[in-house]
Design a protein around this ligand. Sequence first.
Ligand SMILES: *Cc1c(COP(=O)(O)O)cnc(C)c1O
Length: 431
Amino acid sequence: MSGGIAERDQRNLWHPFTQMSDWLDGRPLVIERGEGNYLVDSEGARYFDGVSSLWVNLHGHDHPLMRQRLNEQLERIAHSTLLGLAAVPPTELAEKLVELAPPGLTRVFFSDNGSTAMEVALKIAFQHWQQSGQTRRTRFVSFEQAYHGDTLGAVSVGGIDAFHAPFRPLCFEALWASNTDIRSLERILEEHGDEVAAVCIEPLVQAAGGMLTFPSGWLARVRELCDESGALLIADEVATGFGRTGTFFACEHENVTPDLLAIAKSLTAGYLPLGATLAREEIFESFLAPSGSGRHFSHGHSYTGNALACAAALANLEIFEREDVLARVRLSSDHLRGRLAELERHASVGEIRQVGLIAGVDLVRDRRGRVPFDPAERVGHWVCNALRHHGVILRPLGDTVVIMPPLSSTTVELDHLVDSLSRCIVEVTGG
Ligand SMILES: *Cc1c(COP(=O)(O)O)cnc(C)c1O
């Protein structure tokens, strides 16, 4: 127990997605507190939370209503099981989510995170067809560069080699569609349409793939193709849900209702882990049968429907009602768009992609020839590292700088982020 937190961390912790030999050679930044959109470290230095603590925080770290509602729930009960018992927070939250979701999604299955929300979607889709007389529908289609989580079902429909390749031998085999040419999905469904249980997609933007944006109309076309072939559509809004794209759910941009919808990350505004999978009533009904028939959904987690997490999610939705969050996001994302365009003057800035308050800035050796940096140089990493000296926390995906600030970010805070990024790009790449 001796030493500061940094040393004790290095002695016992194993960090996610981290080469621990680098970590052990470095000096970890220790976060002690949150103040609004800022993180405060053990020495009292403040950092703008430019990636919303990995895409989860929405309204800042010390929102009074979040604290109040969590305290009120804690006075009542932290957790009771949904196995054989009902409870107030998950019931109220399910009602609210059904109201807010694209029309037709009427059933809510709770789990713990985005990966489990996707596992649940995959298993529901699979079992649905097994008990609906279409037992050939056992396969899943996913898009290149997709990310749906780190559990094995989610990894099976994950298309990022750097994350997923080591585990391929453990996974089921998905059908892979191009993420730039819709004809690829058309061909797959023509050839295998009657074997496909569901098509998985991250609506509008493939987040972990590098904030890769789909052209407008893509999602609506995917919905059409699913309808034509009879496959279900699973929308993974774990990253895009809860206002980040400027609408409450990204599916609203193209008036699409998926058959299954996975949500997590910002569901609790970044306060507690919680995932949910929403389903159409018809899918739910295929699970109704006499008990003992084996048609119920055999899946659940110890903390399914956790009362504290559901209370956090309800407080989050209450903030959306009380404050005009979406209107503010539209203004601040327009502001961010204007400011990010200024980065194009740098020789080492390639493509800039943005949807709402989600953006990716590609760093390249030569923007004209679109020559990437050698990945071993870790230019994205060093730019984000330099940003810490300017009081900004960002985390890149390879050489794409990811910008996903809380929805409560002010234009002054966004200006500071972009100005600092601009300076650090020059510092690290020279141009
Ligand atoms: C983060 C993410 C997941 C996984 O969520 P976890 O809570 O990290 O398990 C799944 N899908 C998408 C689109 C994500 O961005």
